[in-house]
Structure formats: structure tokens, C-alpha cells
Design a protein around this ligand. Structure first.
Ligand code: ADP
Ligand code: ZN
Length: 686
């Protein structure tokens, strides 16, 4: 907009594609007359840099040189890379905020917020080779015809939730929609979205995972029609570019997508829905390490749009904000057609021998019974491969990855052992490298072994298996789910991918093979995660007219998280965890910033990280600095890892202190043998 008014601007400040912290500031270029009409704030441009050229993003256009540019040679921009695509001021501001809040480079924030297609086509135009290959992938979603999805008459609880959301759209507080599994949250989102559209406002809907997007697409397109644009990483580059542009130009009114869709350009934004708001996939685990919930909150505020966070198991932090009155709580405790929540049976696995089956007899019996009755079964196990590790029965050694401090997973089909962090693979040893013994025990089984066991239990039954090993190709998720939806497969077996969102009425039995495995994670959120997982996967049962049943196999039946999940008592979990977190000063009672240092030389890493911790102890006096200590994953891909945890009242001052230190380090040393990562409000502490 800026450049349309008055005379064309003479100078552009550009963030260029360089990753050194010391160069994390805009460079000034002249806008040549022939480009004046094309260069906009937010354009991707090619710019000269030293003896070559770089890609960059225009972050401001000015009439005069700013102070930092005086005395430098000002060279002209070369070209604009995609004339159609640029950001408005709001997105640009947002990326600047991200660089400060998350301690990332402005460039990294821009790259995340740019439609990746633009960035990629930009890079492709520079290295012209891979383009046709990238453009060739076509997502199966695009040629599925969508059946109409008629509106339900809302229940009283749904009405109240819809009312709260409507108020949020008119300046009211964000809504935390706490609705038990199958309570009809999607129906509420759909009707709220329809209202927004009637008022000429746009809608953003975020779902946690690609594997769920397909079912969501059917519902949203089936209700709201062609105005729904879909944005996620499995789309081809031209598809994403098209969708992005039609949203920006107001040709589409709804965007449905995964985390990165939170940056979609919607000038008439009226409502943001974050479904399954507790999901960790809303946090990006590489730079910029942003949380979509927080970005959504800022954007909603900017546009005066409504925000609704929905979950059957809200993150304790969100629930706390609702308790504090920052969010408005809307609760839906019942399923709309009066179906009961499934009955949960606990199976104590402690008494069972090391070589016993993965499926305990009561669950095995229930599976046989349900299949005989022509109903469907979901089996959940959060471990892919055949077994977690091979362990020598004589000396107890388990075969580990030489580069990462974790055991290798045995994949029987492929006949090898693989590291699930660095992908290192080797064939299983014949003899124990430690004691020479030849009697190997399989550690806790994975999906592959479970598959074999189920196949032997119910011969001839078709089993759909969904985990990362079976969903490598685009369209795999949908094929597997369609097999199950059509009834062709009677059993769906898989990892976390199958725990949420799925709504199949013939599923009457859910088996959770390792219900409390999360509790072994060294993380202050372990109980919360364990509760969420059990509740979510249990919620797949009994969503139709037939009652559901859940068998929960655990090793720690007395743990609070397990008991609370068993009783479906979220509040019991919440209050126990809040007491604990308050006394240990964990979020929401502090803001956490984690810094991870890594490098090949362990000594250098530990020295550098200790210096940082010392600096922070002196400079960030309000914060409590914990560590440094080796990370849980002490070694990853050959690099040693240490971390420091900072607990403070606010994130930004902490991140600013850390950034200042790292920037100075980068200025003094150029490239370093130890690299640092800032993770503001980390979701993972491994
Ligand atoms: P959630 O997202 O809360 O887990 P869904 O939105 O998937 O639940 O709804 C569960 C089922 O209930 C769906 O099959 C949906 O069509 C149905 N449903 C939702 N609202 C109503 C209603 N008001 N009356 C009858 N059925 C409903
Ligand atoms: Zn490894």
C-alpha cells in the first residue's frame, strides 16, 4: 500500500538470506526506477551482496536513508521475485515481534511466515533445476468430490459455546472450549464460521496434524463449500501459492490448515479456531520456535477477531488462563446424541513375564468378540518398528546408537536396527558385543510386532497400520483411513497419529497397549501428556449408537494421571498438577526459556554453556537460572548437548539478554564450533 501513495520510494530496507546473528538486521538498497511499481513492503527480492546476489525481503520503503545506512555504498535491487506475493504490514510486524520474542533471526521468522511456496519458487528460480519435480506432486485432496455436510440442531451446551464464540468475535475474550471427546466441537466451529462468513469476515481453522486434515476438509468443504482453502505442507508449491493468493485477494474466505497456516493473509479476519489446542505439534521445533496459539492470539487481537481454543483435554496452561479470567470457559460435558463416554478397564501389566505377549488376555478376548460382532477396533501403541531394543539376556546390554544416546529400534521387516533420531542403521548383532552371549530379549514391542501379534490372533482380518513407516508418501494417510472408514479394514493400529480427531461410528473397542509410557519421560508435563493421550485415544470408542469400551494396559496403575484418565476427571489432574507446578515453579507459574548448546567437542560445549549461564546469572537477575546440565538426549547425531533453563516472569527480557550475548559471541568469533538454540516456552525438554 505504502508505495502506491505519492512518489515512489527511493530506498528499500531488506532482510537478506544470511544466517549469522551479527548480520540479523536490514540492509539498505536503492529502488531502481524500473522496479518502483513492483517493489512493495513484504516483496521478496534479489539483491546484490558482496560479489554475488542474495534473496531478501523488503521490510520498509523510505524516502531518505536511515542513520544506519549513512556512509555505506547503496546498490540497486536487481529484481522482484514474485510480483503477486508480498505481506502486509501486520504480518511484517508479526515477524519482527517473533524475532524478538523467540530469539530467532528476523529472516527465520519471515521464512516461516512467507508462503513457503513463494520462498521455494524464489529459491528455485535461482537454482532452476528442481522446480518441475516440486510442481509435479499433486495432493489427492484436490480431486475428491465432497458430500454436503448438513448442520445439526445444536444442543443447549453447544448453543452456549457458540454464543461465547460470537461474543469473542465482537471484542469478547478468547474462548476455551473444553468439550469431552465427541461432544460436537466441530459442529460449533462450523456454525461459528458460517456466522462470520455471513458478516463478510474471514475464518482461520487450525488442526494439529496432516493426518487429520482430510476429515476436516470434508466437513468444512461439505458445509461451507468452495470458499474453504487448504494450506499444509503436503500440497504442491503451485497449489499453496494459489491458495495463499486467493486468501490474500479475498477470493477465498476460510483457511483450513496445520500450524503454518496461522500466517495466512486474511485482511478481513473474523475468527480463529484452534482445534485440539493442547497438541504439541502447534509448537515448531526448529527456528523460529513459535507456538501457533500465541501467534493466533496476537493476530486475533490485531484484527478484533474471535479466538476459540478447543480440546477435550485442554493444556493445563490454557485452563489456568481460563481460571484467571483471561479466557472464557465454555464446557460441553455431554455427547449430543446422549452416547455415554466409553467404559474404561484397567489391565495391570506388572505381573506379566518379559517374554509374554503385547496384548493381555482380556483385551485379546475383547478384540475377538468385537470382530465377531462386525464392529471395529482401534489399537494404539506409541512405538513404531518391531521392538524398542534388543537386550542381551545375559549381561543386560541393550544395543544403542553410536551417535545418539538412545537404544536402536529393531525393524524386523527390514532386518535392521535403526536410530529414530539420526536414522543410523545397522544389522542386529549375532553375539552381544559386551559378553558374547547369543540370547537376545526383545524390549518393549513396537507397531510392527503388534501387527504380527494381532494378525496371529485374528487370522484373515484386514488390519490397517498407521505410523511413520507406513505413511511415507503423500496420500498414504488418506488411503489407510479410507480403508478403515469403508470397513474394509476392521482394525486400525498405529501410533499417536490415530489418537485424535477420528470419528468412526463402528469403533466400539479401543485398546491402549502402553497407556502410561509417557510417564517415563523426564519432563514436567509427563503426567499431563499421559492423561491427554489416554483420554484422546479412548474418545475414539463409542461415538456412534453402539456403546464403546476401552482396555488400558499400564505398568503404573496407581499414578494420578492414569487414575484421573480412568475416572475422566480432568479437574483432579489439573489441581494436583497445579500444586506441584506452583511449588516447583514450572509454567504457568513462570515463563521458561531453554538454551541448548551443542557441538562435537564436549569440553567446548560445556565450557561455552557454562559461560552463558554465568552471564545470565549476572544480567538476568530476576530470573532463576537452572543448570547447565547435559540434556536428556546427551548426544544427538554425534553432537554433545547441554542446556540451561531460565525461569522468569516474562519471556522477552530473558530472550533479549540471551540474544545479546549470542550476538556478541557471533560478532567476536564468526562461525563457532558450539552452536546455540534459544527455545522460548519449550514444549520439549529432551
Ligand atoms: P468433537 O470434535 O467434540 O470430538 P465432533 O464434532 O466430531 O466431536 O462430533 C461428534 C459427532 O457428533 C459427529 O459425528 C457429529 O456429526 C455429531 N454431532 C455434532 N453435533 C451434533 C448435534 N447437535 N446433534 C447430533 N449430532 C451431532
Ligand atoms: Zn542416532
Amino acid at each position: 500500500m505504502v508505495s502506491c501513495q505519492g512518489l515512489p520510494k527511493k530506498y528499500a530496507r531488506v532482510i537478506v538470506n544470511l544466517t549469522a546473528r551479527a548480520l540479523n538486521h536490514p540492509f539498505t538498497y536503492a529502488v531502481p526506477a524500473e522496479l518502483a511499481a513492483e517493489v512493495k513492503v513484504g516483496s521478496a527480492v534479489e539483491a546484490p551482496f558482496r560479489s554475488g546476489t542474495l534473496v531478501g525481503f523488503v521490510v520498509s520503503l523510505d524516502d531518505e536513508l536511515t542513520a544506519d545506512a549513512l556512509g555505506h555504498e547503496i546498490r540497486p535491487l536487481i529484481k522482484v521475485l514474485d510480483k503477486a506475493v508480498f505481506w502486509g504490514a501486520e504480518l511484517l510486524d508479526l515477524t519482527h515481534f517473533m524475532s524478538r520474542y523467540y530469539g530467532c533471526l528476523w529472516l527465520e521468522a519471515l521464512q516461516a511466515a512467507v508462503p513457503a511456496p513463494v520462498l521455494k519458487s524464489v529459491l528455485a528460480s535461482l537454482h532452476a533445476k528442481r522446480r518441475s519435480h516440486l510442481a509435479a506432486k499433486k495432493h489427492p485432496c484436490s480431486h475428491v468430490s465432497i458430500a454436503e455436510y448438513p448442520a445439526w440442531k445444536l444442543t443447549a451446551q453447544q448453543e452456549l459455546a457458540l454464543q461465547a464464540i460470537s461474543e469473542s468475535c465482537c471484542g469478547g475474550p478468547p474462548v476455551l472450549l473444553y468439550g469431552v471427546t465427541g461432544s460436537g466441537k466441530t459442529e460449533v466451529y462450523l456454525q461459528a464460521a458460517a456466522r462470520c462468513l455471513q458478516q463478510g469476515r474471514q475464518v482461520m481453522v487450525l488442526v494439529p496434524e496432516l493426518s487429520l486434515t482430510h476429515q476436516a476438509v470434508e466437513r468444512y468443504r461439505g458445509r461451507l463449500g468452495e470458499t474453504v482453502g487448504v494450506l499444509h505442507s503436503a500440497l504442491s508449491i503451485p497449489e499453496r501459492r494459489d491458495c495463499w493468493l486467493s486468501l490474500q485477494q479475498g477470493k477465498k474466505q476460510v483457511v483450513l490448515g496445520t500450524r503454518s497456516a496461522v500466517f495466512a493473509p486474511l485482511d478481513a479476519l473474523g475468527l480463529i479456531v484452534i482445534d485440539e489446542e493442547h497438541e504439541t505439534s502447534y509448537k515448531q521445533e526448529n527456528a523460529p520456535r513459535y507456538h501457533a496459539r500465541q501467534i493466533a492470539y496476537r493476530r486475533a487481537k490485531h484484527y478484533g477477531a474471535g479466538l476459540v481454543l478447543g480440546s477435550a483435554t485442554p493444556s493445563l496452561e490454557s485452563y489456568y488462563l481460563a481460571q484467571q479470567g483471561r479466557y472464557r470457559l465454555a464446557a460441553m460435558t455431554e455427547r449430543p446424541q446422549g452416547q455415554n463416554l466409553p467404559e474404561v478397564h484397567l489391565i495391570d501389566m506388572r505381573q506379566r513375564g518379559k517374554r509374554s505377549k503385547m496384548i493381555a488376555p482380556p483385551l485379546a478376548e475383547a478384540i475377538r468378540q468385537r470382530l465377531a460382532d462386525k464392529q471395529q477396533v482401534v489399537l494404539y501403541l506409541n512405538r513404531r518398528g518391531y521392538s524398542k531394543y534388543l537386550q542381551c539376556n545375559d549381561c543386560g546390554l541393550s544395543v544403542g546408537c553410536p551417535h545418539c544416546s538412545i537404544p536402536l529400534t529393531y525393524h524386523k521387516n527390514k532386518g535392521h536396527m535403526r536410530c529414530h533420531y539420526c536414522d543410523f542403521a545397522s544389522s542386529p548383532p549375532d553375539l552381544c558385543p559386551n559378553c558374547g552371549g547369543s540370547d537376545f530379549l526383545h524390549g518393549k514391542g513396537g507397531t510392527e510386532r503388534l501387527f504380527n501379534e494381532v494378525a496371529a490372533l485374528v487370522p484373515g482380518v484386514k488390519i490397517a497400520r498407521m505410523d511413520r513407516d507406513t505413511t511415507g508418501k503423500i496420500g498414504d494417510h488418506e488411503r489407510i483411513l479410507r480403508e478403515f472408514a469403508s470397513g474394509e479394514a476392521q482394525i486400525l493400529l498405529g501410533t499417536k497419529m490415530i489418537t485424535k480427531g477420528l470419528d468412526y461410528p463402528m469403533v466400539t473397542l479401543v485398546g491402549v497397549i502402553n497407556g502410561d509410557e509417557e510417564l517415563n519421560m523426564p519432563d514436567f508435563r509427563a503426567s499431563e501428556r499421559c492423561f491427554q493421550l489416554i483420554t484422546q485415544v479412548a474418545g475414539r470408542a463409542g461415538r456412534g449408537h453402539l456403546p464403546g469400551e476401552v482396555y488400558l494396559q499400564v505398568y503404573n496403575p496407581d499414578q494420578l494421571a492414569v487414575q484421573a484418565a480412568l475416572q475422566n476427571d480432568y479437574l483432579a489432574l489439573y489441581s494436583a498438577e497445579m500444586t506441584l507446578r506452583r511449588s516447583l515453579r514450572y509454567p504457568p507459574f513462570c515463563r521458561l526459556v531453554r538454551v541448548i548448546a551443542s557441538g562435537l567437542d564436549e569440553m567446548a560445549v560445556s565450557v561455552q554453556v557454562a559461560k552463558l549461564a554465568e552471564y545470565l546469572r549476572q544480567h538476568s537477575r530476576d530470573a532463576e537460572i537452572v543448570g547447565p546440565a547435559p540434556c536428556v538426549l546427551e548426544r544427538l547425531q554425534g553432537k554433545y548437548r547441554y542446556h540451561v533453563l531460565c525461569k522468569g516472569q516474562a519471556v522477552q527480557p530473558l530472550v533479549e539478554d540471551i540474544s545479546a550475548y549470542l550476538e556478541e559471541l557471533s560478532r567476536r568469533h564468526g562461525s563457532m564450533s558450539v552452536s546455540f538454540v534459544i527455545d522460548a516456552e519449550p514444549q520439549s525438554l529432551t
